[in-house]
Design a protein around this ligand. Structure first.
Ligand code: FPP
Ligand code: MG
Length: 446
């Protein structure tokens, strides 16, 4: 029933690229980046500082129980796997090394506008913020940033693109990894309100610990800080990409609420009409996969593309296309596996009640395959499993079909495609780690 939904035009990478030899043993992506991920988390907490202690407490809450960090890992690995290849790499490297050019780590913390305008009153920073107990007076027009240095003209080189180093990551790319993790966390703060989740990662969810209002406000605060950090990366295309992910997350959540049940058999459908049944299921799959892209894969795909863009790859560089295609396929595979795990009663011991999706009225991949094999599943989908015993019946249909196996096979196809698009990247440890990641996503148990 499920057709492979898209194909890639044959696109070719340039020849003669300097590579680093593929590692003898395949790298573990998590161990490979462990030091960077530790640092990233630490400095992320400082991005969330606020003069309001309760707000700081809630916004840091989910970062203290870290996620799998798959999104930052994708970004950091793509940075390593492509830095040096982009047409504007020399410019990006210069910006990262030259004082005042805006690409050094400390400069990413500098405000783009006067600090006393940007920040609200903070008694611990009396010179950088203005108190509220007096009227605001005009301040002298002193520049708050050093002038941007001019880059000396470069020689025109005809050499082939080359990977710069097996490990180097630009400060802007590390910051992007933090921004993407902040956006993911903000979406979870909101998601746990929508889903009324009691637990996350085995601990009380933010709404359970702080209430709905603070969870929503905390999520908005994290987004505000992430937006400021995004603007300081100084790349309008990256801002555009990442801002569009925010819209995608919301669109995905909205699509999920109406999603699949709208395409289930209508009362007026001719009973037993096989063609109508097949069309309805195809429509439902389309909605489900679109929702999956918007809610899960978009952040991975556009985050990966943004990382490569920050490394100086621009329009016409194939590396950005590879990053997007990898992230999009990996993200869909990741969510399909998540949807399988939701049917696994063992997931209840990991802080998620088994069958949580059905209890929320959500129809995911396994239920769609079960519906194909058991047309009576359609009625349950239509009424969002709200009838007495519906959740148990739906679980039973899934168990008595090949639904979980078929969902796993579909996830495998997406993961294979993610690995396939990597083949055009030059050899490096980071490329091997991206391949390993695509395999791990399928094998994961939580
Ligand atoms: C987890 O889904 C949730 C998401 C991947 C995104 C949720 C998006 C929103 C709530 C829109 C608002 C977005 C922002 C940025 C404020 P899940 O419920 O399937 O997974 P779970 O089991 O981990 O809760
Ligand atoms: Mg949820």
């Amino acid at each position: 029933m499920q057709r492979w939904p898209f194909c890639f035009a044959r696109i070719r990478a340039p020849h003669n690229i300097r590579t680093f030899s593929a590692p003898a043993t395949r790298p573990d992506p998590f161990s490979l980046l462990a030091p960077q991920l530790g640092e990233l988390r630490q400095s992320l907490l400082s991005l969330l500082q606020s003069g309001h202690p309760r707000l700081s407490e809630i916004t840091r809450y989910y970062f203290l129980h870290p996620s799998k960090q798959i999104r930052p890992i994708i970004i950091l690995l793509f940075a390593r796997a492509t830095n040096g290849l982009g047409r504007q790499w020399d410019q990006k490297l210069w910006e990262a090394q030259r004082e005042g050019a805006g690409g050094r780590a400390e400069e990413l913390d500098w405000p783009l506008t006067r600090p006393d305008v940007l920040n609200d009153w903070n008694p611990s920073m009396p010179t950088n913020t203005a108190p509220f107990n007096t009227a605001f007076t005009l301040r002298p027009l002193t520049p708050h940033r050093p002038p941007v240095p001019k880059r000396p003209p470069t020689q025109n080189t005809t050499s082939s693109p080359a990977l710069y180093s097996p490990t180097y990551i630009l400060p802007t790319q590390t910051r992007l990894a933090q921004i993407v993790e902040m956006m993911h966390t903000a979406s979870l703060l909101h998601d746990d309100v929508i889903d009324e989740s009691a637990l996350r990662r085995g601990s009380p969810s933010a709404p359970a610990a702080f209430g709905n209002k603070l969870s929503i406000l905390g999520g908005n605060f994290v987004l505000g800080r992430a937006s400021g950090a995004l603007s300081r990366l100084g790349d309008p295309e990256v801002t555009d990409l990442i801002a569009s992910v925010l819209s995608n997350l919301v669109e995905g959540e909205i699509l999920q609420t109406k999603a699949v049940e709208t395409s289930v058999e209508k009362e007026t459908d001719v009973e037993g009409d096989h063609k109508v049944h097949v069309t309805r299921i195809q429509d439902a799959w389309n909605i489900y996969l679109q929702k999956t892209y918007l809610k899960t894969a978009s952040l991975m795909a556009k985050g990966a593309r943004a990382a490569v863009t920050l490394g100086g790859c621009k329009e016409g560089d194939i590396w950005r296309e590879i990053a997007y295609a990898y992230g999009r396929n990996l993200g869909i595979a990741f969510q399909l596996v998540d949807d399988i795990l939701d049917y696994d009663s063992a997931s209840a011991t990991l802080g998620k009640p088994g069958g949580a999706d059905l209890q929320l009225g959500l129809t995911t991949g396994p239920a769609l395959y079960a519906w194909e094999e058991h047309p009576d599943m359609g009625a349950l989908i239509r009424r969002k499993y709200e009838g007495p015993g519906d959740v148990e019946k739906a679980r039973d249909f899934v168990a008595r079909s090949s639904a979980l196996q078929r969902t796993r096979e579909l996830a495998q196809k997406y993961a294979d495609k993610a690995k396939e698009v990597l083949q055009q990247l030059p050899e490096s440890e980071a490329k091997s780690a991206l391949e390993v990641l695509a395999e791990r996503v399928i094998r994961r148990k939580s």
